[in-house]
Design a protein around this ligand. Structure first.
Ligand code: SIN
Length: 539
């Protein structure tokens, strides 16, 4: 049996492919449609237009990645990607067409040609997610919603199952293979475009189990989220359609910052906006899309609706915008087929670090990555495949040491974690802030050592209801600590990692970084029955 954690595009793709050859259980912490994919507006990039090629797409991806992409992973992304998109089109996914009936292909930042497909204008992720949910409904997959991954089960160095919590009780599910597709960790930051489910649960569980994580210091900030509670994403595609950025005095500041102005790479636009905001006392800058006038709501209906909730009409009003945490390039390191350093464990989508994004992800490559590597991980995880070669990478070992000067006795609140990450491990970093954050995280990690939420076999059978909100806090602290340490170690500025004290790119640091925790093994993989729901016909 293959257990898949997460119901965004990577998880649904893996489930659809894996169900052709194995029994599949798909586990998701909320409802099936609650995922980052559901919120993806900008689209999915694929080199399928006549003037385009996978080589061109690969070159753009490599340039955005600032020297840290794995070229082979990028080749696979762009070649397999075109094929996966053709399959989606053939399966009837409703991508937008122009008035001539041709597939619409939009230009987005740092793409050399228009190649971004959309659906429903700015509702691409939601449209693909809906189509995929319908597809897997007929695959005989066991679906467990409202079921939270608490830990991976490791026996003699191999992942043999998962521990999950449903209705406050923990239980164990045995698996021949586990595919993590649990998404990112945007909830680490006060301002994020990610939904509340993005708390890094899969990466943190992999870390505790001893899997290697990579490129953790690279967190992408989207330049334009609505500067209102909830930070609704205002897609890159709005600037692609001609919107411009203005400071409080109405000056188009991006013209001075980069030859491509508003269409400069995402890290450049985000950092420039953050700098301008500092000079104007932290107040947001403005996105001027008024040139689109009445066409705005036709092209971007979801954004128009989100603006209307704040009584803003993008066709007439300037939109206050601020950067927000958007996508974690780091994650569980995988090979080209989703294999992690732990036998039995695969990862795909944002939780994984395949090396396709390097130090900075190219716009609209994330849905493509989920499709391509969700598919490949499911093929590799076939139970009939024998003698798999599990990769090993040398990694810096990190122990959650307890030498902090003041150990906290209580875990932090979500707001405390988000505040320190935003101020000290955010768009611009420096040693002083990073060391301050490191100390706080060490102290918070210490608070979990004695807390009752540390799970183990001795507590699992007791009638103790476990708060998944507490476990999310533990996961965010774990990842915040790793990201902070990785950011301290990289003494240069590259892609999304910007150091005020090391403002230049250092050619000697053009390498990826791996981190590993001292693993602990859990040896109690007992298949226990769980109350569950089925999607469609069971196998
Ligand atoms: C956007 O619509 O700007 C976001 C798309 C992406 O993150 O690739």
């Amino acid at each position: 049996m293959i257990v898949i954690i997460g119901s965004g595009l990577a998880g649904l793709t893996a489930a659809s492919v894996a169900s052709k050859h194995d029994d599949v259980t798909l586990i998701t912490k909320a409802r099936i449609a609650d995922s980052n994919t559901q919120h993806a507006q900008g689209g999915v990039a694929a080199a399928i237009a006549p003037g385009d090629s996978s080589e061109l797409h690969a070159n753009d991806t490599l340039a955005a990645g600032h020297g840290l992409c794995d070229p082979e992973a990028v080749r696979i992304l762009t070649e397999d990607g075109a094929q996966r998109i053709r399959e989606l089109i053939a399966a009837g996914t409703p991508f937008d067409h122009d008035s001539n009936g041709q597939l619409s292909q939009a230009l987005e930042a740092a793409h050399s040609v228009p190649r971004v497909l959309h659906s429903g204008g700015d509702a691409t992720g939601a449209a693909i997610e809906t189509a995929m949910i319908e597809r897997i409904a007929h695959c005989g997959i066991q679906l467990l919603e409202q079921t939270f991954l608490s830990d991976l089960v490791v026996e003699r160095g191999r992942v043999t199952g998962v521990r999950v919590i449903a209705s406050g009780m923990e239980t164990t599910i045995a698996a021949d293979a586990v595919i993590l597709a649990s998404g990112g960790a945007g909830q680490l930051y006060s301002h994020t475009t990610n939904p509340s489910v993005a708390t890094g649960d899969g990466a943190a569980a992999a870390w505790r189990a001893g899997a290697t994580l990579a490129d953790c210091e690279f967190f992408q900030f989207h330049p334009t989220s609505l500067a209102m509670p909830g930070n609704t994403l205002v897609s890159e595609a709005v600037r692609g359609a001609g919107a411009v950025l203005l400071d409080e005095n109405g000056r188009r500041f991006m013209r001075d910052a980069h030859p491509l102005a508003e269409l400069a790479p995402r890290d450049v636009v985000a950092e420039t906006i953050a700098r301008v905001m500092r000079t104007q006392g932290g107040r947001p800058v403005f996105l001027d899309a008024t040139a689109l006038s009445d066409k705005f709501s036709d092209r971007f209906p979801s954004i128009a609706a989100a603006c209307a909730a704040w009584k803003l009409d993008p066709g007439k009003d300037l939109l206050p915008v601020t950067p927000a945490a958007h996508y974690w390039m780091g994650g569980v390191r995988t090979d080209l087929d989703g294999r992690t350093s732990l036998p039995g464990l695969y990862a795909a989508g944002e939780v994984a670090c395949t090396g396709v994004h390097g130090a900075n992800r190219l716009a609209s490559n994330s849905l493509l990555e989920a499709l391509v590597f969700g598919h490949r991980a499911a093929c590799a995880a076939r139970t009939s495949v024998e003698n798999q070669h599990w990769p090993r990478w040398s990694a810096t070992e990190i122990t959650d040491d307890d030498d902090a000067t003041s150990l906290s006795s209580t875990p932090p609140t979500l707001q405390e974690i988000q505040a320190i990450m935003w101020s000290d491990v955010g768009i611009s970093r420096n040693r002083l802030g990073l060391k301050r954050a490191e100390e706080r995280f060490r102290s918070w990690l210490g608070s979990f050592a004695c807390a009752s939420i540390m799970l183990g076999p001795e507590t699992s059978q007791e009638a103790q209801r476990i708060s998944t909100a507490d476990l999310e806090i533990r996961n965010l602290v774990t990842l915040g600590a790793i990201i902070t340490r990785a950011a301290i170690a990289r003494t240069e500025s590259r892609g999304a990692h910007r150091r005020e004290d090391y403002p230049r790119l250092d050619p000697n640091q053009a390498h990826r970084t791996n981190y590993r925790n001292t693993p602990y093994a859990r040896t109690d993989a007992i298949p226990l029955p769980l109350p569950h729901a089925h999607v469609g016909n069971s196998r």
